[in-house]
Design a protein around this ligand. Sequence first.
Ligand code: GAL
Length: 374
Amino acid sequence: MKKKTVAILLTAMMAMSAMAIPASAEEGTKKIGIAMPTQSLERWNRDGAYLDEQFKAAGYDTELVYSDNQIDRQVNDIQNMIADDVDLLVIAAIDGEALNTVLEEAAEKEIPVISYDRLIKSDAVAYYVSFDNYTVGTLQGQYVVDTLDLDNAGDATYNIEFTAGDPADNNAGYFFNGAYDVLSPYIESGVLNVVSGQTDFDSVATPSWDTQTALERMQNILASYYADGTQLDVALCSNDSTALGVSQAIESDYAGDNTVLITGQDGDEANLANIVDGKQSMTVYKAVANEAVVTLDLAEAMLNGETVDGSLIEASAWDFDCAYDTESYETSEGNKCPSFLLVPTVVTTENLQEALVDPGYYTMDDDGYLHPAE
Ligand code: GAL
């Protein structure tokens, strides 16, 4: 090929690549509004960081806001993003029922919305990206069945108490129902006994997933039902922030000499330390780094005007499993929300290295404790 032709080709390629990645906001770089619920629950700091990094690395401007678990503040934060003319919104709701009006404002400006991790009950939501939340609960329930070998319990009875999540969080019901659906046959047969009698979601829920609230409720249960030496065998907790409070209550207010089986979710640093120390039995880990990858690829397809369906998964280079689900979630009665659901993982002392350290999510120090990778 003649040198002049090569030079022309290279110039053309450089011009095209410049067009593919906008140079600056002035030249039309698209902007993504990222609304996270709070920094007081550990995982959301990772979600926000991963999302921000992924979108920026892909050439987008971002606006990342945390709303301190205050519902009205999150509404206002989203209104500000709309006023800033973001091109797409990624929202992890504090209260999935509280964003209808503000998302109607987004729809009026044709700003598409991805409901991130927690389903928002608004038909303005285009897609939902999360983990299979019901499976998070079934994994916790099945861990109890397998660890105590309930199918071969004979005449044995095990005492269990439940701690669920925030009633405003659409996920919390799925977590609780998943676990309860696995365990209810054993409660009905008498193999499991809920000594407090608290088995309905509203009785066992924890507003804001608050550690102190979970701690004080478990202290009350222990004082009311276990002070006479009754043994507590299982504390089924829907996530790590509540499990932390429950394990603190058991440590301070439970006189029994057995180790209580405690479940959790998220792989919070303090809870991983409790797992290493034998104070918590397991957590369900959700690789939020992968949740951010799915969210980026989905957002790009949406902004490019592509038809989005399960083919996004086939066309992706993802090295993790994800399901395209058009049946499980509704933003309003009968209005199915197409969802991309990643797969959660049970983590115990047996697989800390393989599940959390080897993939680079955490580092392990010389004492065997895990710390989020920087
Ligand atoms: C849920 C989330 C869980 C749990 C909880 C507390 O919606 O899916 O991972 O961490 O919030 O933030």
